[in-house]
Design a protein around this ligand. Structure first.
Ligand code: SAH
Length: 347
């Protein structure tokens, strides 16, 4: 039993079954024992890999998108360049290298990171130097803001509700023979037919805050994650450890627990905060429109042998429909805009 498991079992003993979002928040974010608080989870030696860790091209193309949207929104002189959940700081590093092409952007950008993990803040500082850190989005600066979030929202806690023949239940963690067990507790109704529904009140609150921030101060946000464009019934909760799926109840605090992002719900929250939604794309569509093939070819010209093969395979992994290209979606929101922001255009 992990220390965190003992603690959670004691809490359940004292307070009764624990809703899934509370459990997930403890597993990932308990100040001393939470998954992200204690480790660098990325790469071959870790539990999972993310797009910026796969290829530098990912961050470079996002940098180009930022340059373009900044120009489309009037090239504000001073603005915040914000990343939510920056991991090792790799994405921001690649972005900052790409935006050097436009000195007014590079000079005007003040980098702000929203990060709760002290271990990852340390890595971010080593990579990016002295930037500004925030525990939550509430303290973001009052200036035009260009915000990016890659694989951030999937790490935020969800609740699960189930409609069984018209009766509603919430999935909670309880105890059976001293061990953690998933169970159902009667709940008030949630919208939906027979089936299992996921909601993320934390994601909703953050998206609303950001929507409001953008409406008030100007700017845009780019959210990239695995998930679905339309809200639908289904269980997407998953735990990953050493690149393998495991039970969410197994070794709390030692595995990464995530859920697919419900982009429809997230979009609604950004809109209710006041931001404008642009048409959504898959990661493959976005990267191809941003020129992943050209950029890959250009960099590949300097490589040969295995390094060349690996580099080309990495770009392919990001954009290919059968790999990350379709599962991952890209959503952009902005202040009220009079013109489309490339490549998010009505078809
Ligand atoms: N964007 C990075 C890392 C994704 S992992 C990449 O693509 O490689 C999720 C990141 O979000 C980690 O940096 C984690 O510490 C951070 N995180 C998770 N929950 C958070 C929360 N509630 N508030 C702020 N950061 C959080």
């Amino acid at each position: 039993m992990t220390k965190l498991e003992e603690l959670i079992a004691a809490m359940i003993e004292a307070e009764g079954p624990m809703p899934l979002d509370r459990y997930m928040a403890l597993c990932l974010g308990h100040p001393q024992l939470g998954y992200y608080m204690t480790r660098d989870p990325f790469g071959a030696a870790g539990d999972f890999t993310t797009s910026p860790e796969i290829s530098q091209v990912f961050g470079e193309l996002i940098g180009v998108w930022l340059l373009n949207s900044w120009a489309a929104l009037g090239s504000p002189k001073k603005f915040a360049l914000i990343e939510l959940g920056p991991g090792r700081g790799t994405l921001m590093g690649d972005i900052l290298r790409a935006v050097k092409a436009v000195p007014e952007f590079a000079k005007g950008a003040e980098v702000h990171l929203v990060e709760t993990s002290p271990v990852l803040r340390h890595l971010q500082k080593a990579k990016l130097g002295e930037v500004r850190w925030h525990d939550t989005v509430e303290s973001l600066p009052a200036m035009p803001s260009f915000i990016i979030a890659n694989e951030f929202f999937d790490a935020l806690p969800i609740q699960q509700f189930e409609n069984r023949a018209g009766r509603w239940f919430q999935r909670c963690i309880g105890l059976g023979n001293g061990e953690l067990k998933m169970g159902l507790v009667p709940s008030s109704p949630v919208a939906g037919e027979e089936g299992l529904y996921e909601v993320s009140p934390v994601s909703k609150a953050i998206a609303e805050d950001l929507g409001n921030h953008i409406a008030k101060h100007g700017g845009a946000a780019l959210v990239i994650d695995y998930g679905h464009l339309k809200s639908a019934a289904g269980d997407t909760l998953q735990a990953l450890r050493k690149h393998e799926f495991t039970s969410v109840l197994d070794s709390p605090g030692e595995a990464d627990i995530t859920a697919h992002v419900d982009f429809e719900a997230l979009a609604k929250a950004f809109i209710s905060g006041g931001a404008e939604l642009l048409p959504m794309l898959t990661q493959g569509q976005f990267l191809k429109a941003m020129g992943i093939d050209m950029r890959t070819e250009k960099l590949a010209a300097k490589l040969e042998g295995q390094a060349l093969e690996d580099f080309k395979a990495a770009s392919n992994r990001l954009a290919d429909a059968a790999q990350m290209g379709n599962l991952f979606k890209v959503m952009a929101v902005a202040q009220k805009v009079r013109q489309p922001i490339y490549p998010f255009e009505e078809t």
